[in-house]
Design a protein around this ligand. Structure first.
Ligand SMILES: *[C@@H]1O[C@H](CO)[C@@H](O)[C@H](O)[C@H]1NC(C)=O
Ligand SMILES: *[C@@H]1O[C@H](CO)[C@@H](O)[C@H](O)[C@H]1NC(C)=O
Ligand SMILES: *[C@@H]1O[C@H](CO)[C@@H](O)[C@H](O)[C@H]1NC(C)=O
Ligand SMILES: *[C@@H]1O[C@H](CO)[C@@H](O)[C@H](O)[C@H]1NC(C)=O
Ligand SMILES: *[C@@H]1O[C@H](CO)[C@@H](O)[C@H](O)[C@H]1NC(C)=O
Ligand SMILES: *[C@@H]1O[C@H](CO)[C@@H](O)[C@H](O)[C@H]1NC(C)=O
Ligand SMILES: *[C@@H]1O[C@H](CO)[C@@H](O)[C@H](O)[C@H]1NC(C)=O
Ligand SMILES: *[C@@H]1O[C@H](CO)[C@@H](O)[C@H](O)[C@H]1NC(C)=O
Ligand SMILES: *[C@@H]1O[C@H](CO)[C@@H](O)[C@H](O)[C@H]1NC(C)=O
Ligand SMILES: *[C@@H]1O[C@H](CO)[C@@H](O)[C@H](O)[C@H]1NC(C)=O
Ligand SMILES: *[C@@H]1O[C@H](CO)[C@@H](O)[C@H](O)[C@H]1NC(C)=O
Length: 786
């Protein structure tokens, strides 16, 4: 059928790129300092993760060439790594060779057959399935069960495990290539590059968004959304905020019976999503909208949504969906439309109908050598202990943004419990020297009681959603509805996960509530020597307060590129749980009912608060028990919002007031002090009206109870100016009659606060860079080196 679609946008209104694109070098920053910091960040990256050094991707993402006139050093690696000798150390090896036709001489044609063969290895033998160089297409998700305990799946040479299906025949008719795929086509890779499902306006979701200069690929949607609805279902809501020490996050509730999520509960009550969008499409029958998808940013840019179009009404598209984050909102913001034949108008776009008839517009200057379409969402499910993946590239899964989502814990997220590798309730899984790239959804999911996982020296890039997702479960997820409206029981929790020397970049092409590493109901994770850059929201998100984590020697920059109100590291802790875990079985009711956090440590990291990042480490709503030490924090101060027991020490803050929340000083604390500590830090403030601290609850007559304990800090400001405003502005004062005060550091010290702290004029740029270099050198001495 010939469709006439009239798109009545005379001029495409861009999505306010200015608000997001500011961050690459904050206004007012000295280019020499900025470039010095970037070049130190590159050295830091090479020191912490030498397997990627010299790190061309970090060089490029820091814009060392464009902003700093640096030339890329010779020999910088961009290629994926190749592994040698895949089967060397094993007693029983089965090879996978795409050229084989059957299983013979310990060589099979497919991974599935090789795994089945390996089950005949002698019990207890060190066994491996080794993928020979080449691309191995899985026909179905590979499930490793108890029989595969201890199995290693390794690559030899450049071995690739793909979730796609190769298209062998196509025709070129004019400027269009046609082919017959056997089923639904969500993604297409041409010559190994992921192409673009036909969309309006045109744009590449991998490289364009609110942060890009010029076209963003998104239409301004302000005022176009309407008819917000709650999810249907017989919902019950209960407040669960009465069990924690103040100042906890208040007002928290659980809603049961929501149809938007599976399992059917949410911590955000009956949240709203718009159900109509005025996209001004005319001349199309109802039926023609079937399959069209709307991508949108959340109304406050706290994530993104996808909707399926289920009909139309005049100018309006009628929508269903929006489950891809948990907070909800009456309206959306910028949007684009996808998956309609009328949108197939640009090079690199494709469209496939329900029967798999595929049309693709190749680049005029390029020949088409290979075509692969999406098939699987998950490559491997690991349900066996001690499985290892080594030296493999895992790629070409389909996007999962229209699938079932759950609200895993009290943070803002909802999450689809799926990934390229899914590990469920097993121990001792190792993933090393792997490349996860061009995936439709998440890369790795650790679900339930997953103990002692190690992920090392692996690269995560061009992901539709997140890198590593660690997801604990509650009794309710397991089917028990007892006490759901009280506190949930934790049941199965990932523990002792170790992520070392990994690189997370180009995250969240489709899902804007996504991160390099995202943790939910998980404890005791270690993330060390890893590099995080280029993504729409936080690089690392901790959604709740189970704690006991250690984040050490990591680099973060270019986060919060497409959203707002967030930071490169983000934490929440809004929701207490019953902790009827084995370790607590004898503890009394009170201990059980508080979450009993072990502290989490964030140390020796280098974190840039650029793009729309507001707080380099955003300890948001209720976050508690964090020990942040010896970090280098550029363009932003410390944040303590609600919660308690947070400390910041030994940290070097560089030009905090050039960050998006500059007027809140070296540290903000809106939580009545709350056992918070700010000591032994060095804080450099660049602007004239430098404020050392800010607090919305500061009471001049009760400093000890309303401000954090601060001491032994070194402040550097223009002309020695130091202001400490104490004016409980927004939140209720402890002492409502107290007058506002605005002290210098010396006056603050006269009130017994910040003893041992000093203020001095701004250091010269080279001095400040030397401090940073010194800090980074101190923190990159490899453990155990002489
Ligand atoms: C880079 O080169 C341009 C043009 O030569 C110059 O204007 C700019 O100041 C240089 N930037 C740095 C950081 O050296
Ligand atoms: C498979 O066959 C092709 C063509 O004969 C050859 O180029 C390739 O090296 C072979 N692959 C392996 C792993 O032997
Ligand atoms: C298996 O090995 C035997 C002996 O080396 C050889 O004769 C046979 O052709 C091999 N079979 C295959 C399928 O490679
Ligand atoms: C796809 O199938 C249609 C109808 O069955 C046929 O006309 C067309 O030639 C096929 N295209 C290719 C590239 O095989
Ligand atoms: C839809 O938006 C267009 C502007 O793009 C406007 O002219 C039209 O009146 C709107 N339709 C309705 C029903 O609000
Ligand atoms: C995309 O559109 C095609 C054709 O209308 C439809 O068959 C397919 O289900 C749609 N894809 C999705 C993910 O909705
Ligand atoms: C083909 O053209 C595109 C722009 O449409 C350009 O980015 C690309 O580099 C060109 N490729 C080659 C091989 O010239
Ligand atoms: C995880 O494994 C360690 C041994 O490495 C063990 O001590 C611990 O009890 C295990 N934890 C759980 C929750 O199984
Ligand atoms: C203060 O921080 C410095 C590093 O900035 C560290 O060497 C020193 O041990 C710290 N002192 C205390 C008392 O924590
Ligand atoms: C500040 O430093 C002094 C001297 O090193 C030390 O005695 C004191 O405990 C420190 N204060 C805090 C709050 O750490
Ligand atoms: C800044 O303050 C320090 C005391 O904290 C003092 O020694 C120094 O002379 C002052 N410098 C200027 C430029 O006022």
């Amino acid at each position: 059928m010939l469709l006439l679609l009239l798109l009545v946008f005379a001029v495409l209104v861009r999505g306010g790129a200015g608000e997001w694109g500011i961050g690459i070098r904050p206004e007012g920053e000295d280019p020499l300092l900025d470039c010095g910091l970037r070049s130190l960040a590159l050295s830091f990256a090479d020191a912490i993760a030498p397997s990627f050094a010299p790190n061309a991707h970090v060089f490029d993402a820091l814009q060392l060439s464009g902003l700093c006139n640096a030339s890329r050093p010779n020999g910088m690696k961009k290629a994926s790594r190749r592994s040698k000798n895949g089967g060397g150390e094993f007693e029983c090896v089965v090879y996978v060779d795409a050229n084989a036709t059957e299983c013979a001489n310990a060589t099979c044609a497919t991974v599935e057959e090789a795994v089945a063969e390996s089950r005949a290895c002698p019990t207890g033998a060190a066994k491996a399935v080794v993928l020979r160089e080449g691309t191995h297409y899985l026909r179905a998700t590979l499930v490793l069960d108890a029989r595969d305990k201890g199995l290693t799946i390794a690559g030899e040479g450049a071995a690739v495990l793909s979730g796609g299906v190769e298209i062998k025949e196509w025709k070129k008719v004019g400027a269009v290539i046609t082919a017959n795929a056997s089923g639904a086509v969500d993604s297409l890779w041409v010559n190994g590059r992921r192409e673009i499902r036909a969309r309006f306006p045109n744009g590449d979701p991998e490289t364009m968004g609110l942060h890009t200069e010029g076209a963003t690929g998104w239409i301004d949607g302000g005022g176009r959304w309407s008819d917000a609805k709650e999810e249907s279902g017989d919902v019950q809501t209960a407040k669960v905020n009465d069990v924690r020490e103040t100042p906890y996050y208040s007002g928290f509730e659980v809603t049961v019976g929501t149809t938007r999520y599976d399992p059917p509960y949410s911590f955000w009550g009956k949240t709203l999503r718009p159900t109509r969008l005025n996209a001004s499409l005319k001349g199309v029958d109802d039926d023609d909208y079937e399959g069209m998808i709307v991508h949108a940013y959340h109304g406050k840019w706290w994530g993104g949504w996808q909707f399926e179009v289920v009909g139309n009404d005049g100018d309006f598209l009628v929508l269903q969906g929006g489950q891809q984050e948990a907070r909800g909102e009456e309206v959306g913001q910028q949007y684009y439309l996808e998956n309609h034949s009328s949108f197939l108008d640009d090079e690199r776009e494709f469209f496939a109908d329900a029967n798999g008839a595929l049309e693709y517009k190749p680049r005029a200057n390029e020949s088409v050598d290979t075509m692969v379409v999406s098939n699987l969402a998950e490559l491997v499910r690991v349900e066996a202990d001690g499985v290892t993946f080594r030296g493999l590239t895992l790629t070409q899964t389909r996007p999962t943004f229209l699938e079932a989502y759950r609200v895993p814990s009290g943070g803002d997220w909802s999450i689809h419990a799926g990934a390229a590798i899914v590990v469920v309730d097993v121990a001792g899984v190792t993933i090393e020297d792997c490349v996860f790239e061009s995936l439709g959804g998440n890369a790795i999911l650790l679900q339930g009681a997953v103990n002692n996982t190690v992920v090392s020296r692996s690269d995560f890039a061009w992901l539709g959603a997140s890198g590593i997702v660690s997801l604990g479960t509650t009794s309710y997820d397991d089917g028990s509805t007892d006490d759901i409206l009280g506190l949930m029981d934790l049941s199965r929790v990932p523990t002792n996960t170790k992520i070392t020397a990994c690189r997370f970049r180009e995250i969240g092409a489709y899902e804007k509530q996504s991160s390099g590493v995202a943790m939910f109901l998980s404890s005791t994770a270690t993330v060390v020597d890893s590099i995080f850059f280029n993504g729409p929201r936080a690089g690392l998100n901790i959604n709740d307060g189970l704690g006991g984590h250690r984040i050490d020697r990591c680099l973060f920059f270019n986060w919060v590129r497409e959203t707002k109100d967030h930071g490169p590291i983000n934490t929440w802790d809004r929701q207490p749980y019953n902790r009827r875990l084995e370790e607590n079985k004898d503890s009394d009711e009170k201990a059980r009912r508080t979450i009993a956090s072990a502290p989490s440590h964030i140390s020796n990291c280098v974190i840039f608060g650029n793009y729309a990042s507001e707080w380099p480490i955003d300890h948001d709503d209720g976050s508690a028990y964090y020990v942040d030490t010896d970090n280098t924090i550029i363009w932003g101060g410390a944040k303590n919002y609600e919660g308690y027991h947070k400390q910041t020490s030994g940290t070097l803050f560089v030009d905090v007031d050039l960050g998006a929340q500059g007027d809140r000083g070296c540290a903000m604390d809106d939580a009545y002090g709350a056992y918070d500590l700010f000591r032994n830090n060095t804080c450099v403030l660049k602007l004239e009206s430098a404020k050392l601290y800010s607090s919305k609850v500061c009471d001049p007559d009760d400093l000890l109870d309303t401000m954090p304990t601060s001491a032994n800090n070194s402040f550097f400001t223009l002309d020695n100016r130091t202001a400490i405003p104490c004016d409980a502005g927004v939140l209720p004062k402890k002492n409502p009659v107290a007058a506002a005060a605005d002290w210098t550091l010396a006056e603050y010290q006269d009130h017994g606060m910040d003893l041992g702290s000093t203020a001095a004029p701004l250091p010269a740029t080279e001095v400040l860079l030397a401090w940073v270099a010194n800090k980074i050198m101190l923190t990159t001495t490899p453990a155990g080196s002489p």
